[in-house]
Design a protein around this ligand. Structure first.
Ligand code: NAD
Ligand code: ZN
Length: 360
C-alpha cells in the first residue's frame, strides 16, 4: 500500500471582510512593475463597481472577466495563456481567481500552463505536470465545490472531461471571505451547496473511507445540515458555515473519492452539458438504493427551499447518446470502486445505468 502525500493549501485567510486584505497579501509576491497580477473574475461582477474597486490593481495588472454559462475547457485555458503571454513581457507575478468552481479551476489551470509547455489537454490526468505553476490565489464567491482546496482543476478537453491532478495544482493562497457569497441566487446556492453535501455522502459511504476523510466528511456534513436542514441560522452564520463545509468536504474527498452521483453526473455533463452542481442534484435525487439516508435528507432540503429540478432531460436521447453517457460514466472506475467495492461491475451494468438515466 502506497499512501498519498497530499499537498495542502499553505496559506488561508478566513473572515468576513478579509477580501480587503488582498493588497497586503499580494504585495510581497509582486516581482516588479512588468510582472502583473492577472485577476480572473466571474463576469457576474462585471458591473459591480463596489466589488471591482476592492481589487488592488497596480501597474499593468489586468482584470479578465470570465463567463460561466459553460464549464472550463482546455482550449479556453490555452487562449487565456496565449493572451497573457502576448500582452506581457514578463511572466505574471500571479493569477488570482475570484468566483465559483468555474473561475477557480480556470485560475489554477492558467497558472500551471504559464510555465508548462504545450497545451492544457496534454496535462489532463494524474501527475503529468512537472513544473511549478505561477503563484496562484483562489477567492471563492460561492460555496460548495471544494475547488478552493482540491488538487485538481476539472477541464473539458477535445477527448475527455478530466482534471489536471497534480502537486502544482492547489492554490498557494486562499482567501475565504463569506461576505462575497451574499449575492448568490437561491437555486444556485442550493445546487453548489449540495455538491458539498453529496461529496460528504459519497465519501462517508464509500469503501475508500479512512479516519482522515471521515473526520473532514463528518464535519462538512454536519455543517451542511445546519445550513440546509436544521435552519435557524442568520444569513451571516449560514454563509460562514457553508464556506467551511465546502473546505472540509473538499478535504474529505481529497483522501477518499466521490461516488455514484459524480460518476453519473459526468455522463450528463459530457452529453448534455449539464453543469456540475445541478447535474449532481438531478442524479442524486434518484439514488435511494445507494445512499438511502442521504437521499431522504436531500429530498427534504429540496422541499424546504422549494427547488424544482429539471425532469425528462434524457427523454429524447438516441441509443448512441445513451451509450456515450453510459461509457463516460462507467469509465470513472475509482468512483465506482469507491461506491460499490472492487467487484462493482457485477452490480453496475450498462442496462442498470440506462434504467437510472431514463428516470432523469
Ligand atoms: P460556477 O462557478 O459555474 O458558478 C455558478 C453560478 O453562480 C455562475 O452563474 C456564477 O456567475 C454565479 N455566482 C458565483 N458567485 C456569485 C456571487 N457571489 N453572486 C452572484 N452569482 C454568483 O459554479 P460552481 O458550482 O461553483 O462550480 C462548478 C464548477 O466547479 C464546474 O466546472 C466543476 O467541474 C468544478 N468543480 C471543481 C472541483 C475541483 O476540485 N476542482 C470540484 C467540484 C466542482
Ligand atoms: Zn462535486
Amino acid at each position: 500500500m502506497k499512501y498519498k502525500n497530499f499537498p495542502m493549501v499553505p496559506r488561508v485567510v478566513f473572515g468576513r471582510g478579509s477580501f480587503s486584505q488582498l493588497k497586503e497579501i499580494l504585495m510581497p509576491k509582486r516581482r516588479n512593475a512588468e510582472a502583473p497580477f492577472i485577476f480572473l473574475v466571474d463576469d457576474v461582477f462585471e458591473d459591480d463597481k463596489k466589488m471591482l474597486s476592492r481589487i488592488p490593481l497596480m501597474f499593468n495588472d489586468q482584470i479578465v472577466f470570465i463567463p460561466t454559462e459553460e464549464e472550463p475547457k482546455t482550449d479556453q485555458v490555452d487562449v487565456l495563456v496565449d493572451r497573457i503571454k502576448d500582452s506581457n513581457s514578463e511572466t505574471p507575478s500571479g493569477i488570482i481567481g475570484i468566483g465559483g468552481g468555474t473561475v477557480m479551476d480556470l485560475a489554477k489551470a492558467v497558472a500551471i500552463m504559464l510555465t508548462s509547455p504545450g497545451k492544457a489537454e496534454d496535462y489532463q490526468g494524474w501527475d503529468l505536470v512537472k513544473r511549478e505553476a505561477v503563484y496562484h490565489v483562489g477567492i471563492p464567491t460561492i460555496s460548495g465545490t471544494g475547488a478552493e482546496v482540491s488538487r485538481t482543476t476539472v477541464l473539458t478537453g477535445p477527448e475527455r472531461k478530466l482534471g489536471i491532478n497534480s502537486d502544482f495544482t492547489p492554490f498557494d493562497q486562499v482567501v475565504l471571505d463569506p461576505e462575497l457569497t451574499a449575492g448568490v441566487p437561491k437555486d444556485q446556492w442550493f445546487y453548489t451547496g449540495m455538491d458539498c453535501f453529496i461529496h460528504c455522502i459519497e465519501s462517508l459511504n464509500g469503501t475508500y473511507l479512512n479516519a482522515f476523510s471521515q473526520s473532514y466528511g463528518e464535519k462538512a456534513e454536519e455543517l451542511c445540515k445546519e445550513v440546509f436542514y436544521n435552519g435557524n441560522l442568520s444569513e451571516e452564520e449560514s454563509q460562514d458555515k457553508l464556506m467551511m463545509a465546502s473546505w472540509h468536504g473538499g478535504m474529505s474527498i481529497a483522501y477518499s473519492q466521490v461516488g455514484v452521483a459524480h460518476a453519473m453526473s459526468y455522463g450528463l455533463s459530457y452529453v448534455l452539458g449539464t453543469k456540475h452542481g445541478i447535474g449532481n442534484c438531478i442524479v442524486f435525487d434518484h439514488l435511494e438504493e445507494f445512499y438511502p439516508e442521504g437521499v431522504a435528507i436531500f429530498k427534504k432540503m429540496k422541499e424546504k427551499y422549494q427547488i424544482e429540478l429539471p425532469t425528462g432531460i434524457c427523454a429524447n436521447l438516441t441509443d448512441e447518446e445513451f451509450d456515450t453517457m453510459i461509457n463516460v460514466s462507467m469509465g470513472m472506475d475509482p468512483l465506482w470502486e469507491n461506491a460499490c467495492g472492487e467487484n462493482w461491475k457485477e452490480k453496475i451494468t450498462p442496462e442498470k445505468l440506462r434504467s437510472l438515466y431514463e428516470k432523469m
